[in-house]
Structure formats: structure tokens, C-alpha cells
Design a protein around this ligand. Structure first.
Ligand code: GLP
Length: 236
């Protein structure tokens, strides 16, 4: 893993946007995208850049089950607002939270990923080490599935909702096996609350108890962390 320590999330967003540009310039066509607070500065920098995705495809990691695309808390809405309105792709895929037939939806989305092999996958990380919505205990070879969110994830994400009860309890998420098939992975983490998860991911044992630890086995991972998120790492 290549670890890049930056001053703050703004410098991190700049660095990440540069990596998007490099990969795009060297022929990347399919971009795996993430949501949450972490990638916001990256999307700001991409929007301000001359990157043109009109010939490219995006594939998002996850979506809450039960939320429609026009729901302000949905990841569809987030992507539209932070990126797609300003930098449209030829085609953008996200899991369909309104499809309550989870068998059909997870099968459909796995097929989308199989048909569009990801060149560059952007990731954040949960405080409990989750990637996408793959919570601790998820199998490393998992494909898209419906995930029962843990209490810690619901609490962490409740900051975007009026109250805890409003946070959906289930999400559709790209599986760890599918994330691992991406050609390159770029993971970002900012803030003290991510320091434990980053340490476990980079220096801990590879274990399903820390889903992100499997990234140690991927041949092309870049991690962008600010000083707070890097504060527990043994860097020389
Ligand atoms: C959410 C998302 C993840 C994200 C993580 C961290 O639950 N499903 O894709 O990386 O949690 O979110 P944030 O960046 O807001 O801290």
C-alpha cells in the first residue's frame, strides 16, 4: 500500500483529484465512486478541474434500501448534487434502493459490475473498518448483497438525518470480492475518528473483523490520510 499523508481534507481532495486525472489520462474508463463526508473535497476538486467523463462510466458502491433517488438522504441524490450535475458520465450506475426484491436487485447490480470492470475505485472507511457498507464479518469474496447495518454505522451516519430512527437499517452494497477486482483502489480517510480503523487496515492482521484489512492483499492501493487519521501509524 502506498500511504500519502496530507495536511487536511482539502489537500487530500486535491491529491485524489490528481490521481483521478492521471488514471483518466492513462485510459481509465470505469470509475467506482463512494459517498459520505470523506470524498466531498475530492468531488469539489474534480468539478473544478478539466476532467471530462462524458465518455466514461461510473459505478457506485452502495445505496440505502428504501430510499428513492429524489430523497435528499439517498446516495443517488448525493452523487447528483456533488458530481453528476456538474460532471456527467456517459452512464452512471447505483444500486436501486426502491427495488425491495433484494435477490433481483443484488443479482442485477453484480451483473452491472461484471459488465463494467472498475479501473479506479474510490473508497472511504467506516470507523469500524467497513468499506462500502460491508460490515465486520462480511466475507472477503462477497458479491453485491443486502447488508444489515450495524448500530455503530447507523449512529455514525445519523448525522445526516433528522434523527437516529430515520436512518435506514439496510443497504445494498457492492461486495468485497467485487471491490478487490478493481484495477486500482484509492482510499481516503480524514479525522481522528478514523485513526483506529486506518491502523487496523494498514498494520493489523488481515481479518474479516476489519473488512478494509483485505486491501493489504491488493496489488495497487493508494491511501490518502490526513495527519489525524495517520496519527496511530508507525511511519518511518
Ligand atoms: C458510509 C458509507 C461508506 C463510507 C463510510 C464513511 O457508511 N457507506 O462508503 O466510506 O461510511 O463515511 P464518512 O466518509 O461520512 O465518514
Amino acid at each position: 500500500m502506498e500511504i500519502i499523508v496530507v495536511k487536511d481534507k482539502f489537500e487530500g481532495g486535491k491529491k485524489a483529484a490528481e490521481i483521478f486525472k492521471q488514471e483518466h489520462d492513462s485510459g481509465a474508463k470505469v470509475f467506482g465512486l463512494a459517498t459520505g463526508g470523506t470524498p466531498e473535497t475530492t468531488y469539489e476538486q474534480i468539478v473544478a478541474s478539466d476532467l471530462d467523463f462524458s465518455d466514461d462510466v461510473s459505478v457506485n458502491l452502495d445505496e440505502y434500501v428504501g430510499l428513492a433517488p429524489d430523497d435528499e438522504q439517498s446516495y443517488h441524490y448525493y452523487m447528483q448534487h456533488h458530481l453528476f450535475d456538474k460532471k456527467p458520465f456517459k452512464k452512471s450506475y447505483l444500486p436501486d434502493g426502491t427495488n425491495l426484491d433484494d435477490n433481483a436487485e443484488t443479482k442485477r447490480y453484480s451483473q452491472v459490475i461484471a459488465d463494467n470492470p472498475i479501473d479506479l475505485q474510490l473508497l472511504g472507511i467506516g470507523e469500524n473498518g467497513h468499506i462500502g457498507f460491508n460490515e465486520p464479518g462480511s466475507a472477503f469474496d462477497s458479491t453485491t448483497s443486502k447488508i444489515h447495518l450495524t448500530d455503530s454505522t447507523i449512529k455514525a451516519n445519523s448525522r445526516y438525518f433528522d434523527n437516529y430512527e430515520d436512518v435506514p437499517k439496510y443497504a445494498y452494497s457492492m461486495g468485497i470480492g467485487e471491490i478487490m477486482r478493481s484495477k486500482k483502489i484509492l482510499l481516503e480517510a480524514f479525522g481522528k475518528n478514523k485513526a483506529e480503523a486506518i491502523k487496523a487496515m494498514v498494520e493489523g492482521e488481515v481479518t474479516t473483523a476489519v473488512p478494509a484489512s483485505i486491501l493489504q492483499k491488493h496489488p495497487n492501493v493508494t491511501v490518502i490520510v490526513d495527519e489525524d487519521a495517520a496519527s496511530l501509524l508507525n511511519l518511518d
